[in-house]
Design a protein around this ligand. Structure first.
Ligand SMILES: *Cc1c(COP(=O)(O)O)cnc(C)c1O
Length: 238
């Protein structure tokens, strides 16, 4: 398969996902303009990621800071907005905040304090989401739902970080009913804490939904859906 064929397949897959986003938004009485597709590129190399961008993907999501760095450099000069969607360690913060337009996966005070410190030092404003462990699986990253109020209170003192919203992943092996409950819990948490009076804690975004469940997430209010596998159908991974 040559690059042009791959780009064609990506274009068709992006169209198909966009059509499904529009249908899901319509059935929920929402506008598809309020749902952003984050095309997850973690399964493919920088060269294939570039073809996905050629096919029209603008917001790309990577889950590993190291790979984000490699692709950011390899694809520099393109009209791409990078999102970090996976776990971030404090020693990678300084670089990531210079590359990612949004960090979806902030899950501790230690991490957000490191983001604040480096953002201040570099004169940056960093946009983040707080990851909430809605499935309460002990192996999962994320703030426990009952820990969110304390985290948000801590965030009130930050000056260089914008808390745009919340993010979650449905539990592994959750059935449709459980997944719907988890998405709806994230939305309730967002609604409950919105309008805290702090301009830098907007809590407008809800990042939830992946290939298997993004339509359910849109029904529950997702504004960012993170889709990987479905975009890669018909493409060899590498
Ligand atoms: C891999 C990944 C996705 C995309 O998952 P697919 O099922 O391939 O669409 C979304 N979010 C996160 C955090 C991921 O790591």
């Amino acid at each position: 398969m040559n690059n042009e064929q791959k780009t064609e397949i990506f274009r068709a897959n992006l169209d198909a996902v966009q059509t499904r986003i529009e249908a899901a938004a319509r059935s929920a009485g929402r506008s598809a303009d309020d749902v952003t597709l984050v095309a997850v590129t973690k399964y493919v190399d920088a060269q294939t990621t570039a073809l996905l961008a050629d096919a029209g993907a603008i917001v790309l999501g990577e889950n590993r800071p190291q790979v984000l760095d490699e692709k950011f450099k390899a694809l520099t000069g393109r009209k791409i907005r990078w999102h970090l969607i996976g776990h971030l360690q404090t020693n990678k913060v300084k670089r990531v905040i210079q590359q990612a337009a949004l960090i979806h996966s902030v899950d501790s005070i230690r991490l957000i304090d490191a983001i604040e410190k480096h953002s201040v030092a570099l004169g940056l404003t960093t946009h983040v989401l707080l990851e909430v462990n809605v499935s309460e699986e002990s192996a999962k990253h994320g703030i426990a739902p009952e820990g969110l109020p304390a985290m948000l209170e801590h965030c009130q003192r930050l000056t260089a970080v914008r808390i745009d919203g919340l993010m979650c992943m449905a539990g592994l092996g959750a059935d449709a009913g459980e997944t719907r409950e988890q998405f709806s819990l994230l939305r309730q948490l967002r609604d409950a804490h919105r309008g805290s009076g702090c301009d830098h804690i907007a809590l407008e975004e809800l990042s939830m939904g992946m290939s298997g469940d993004f339509e359910m997430a849109i029904a529950a209010g997702a504004t960012l859906v993170r889709v990987g596998s479905t975009l890669l159908e018909g493409i060899e991974r590498g």
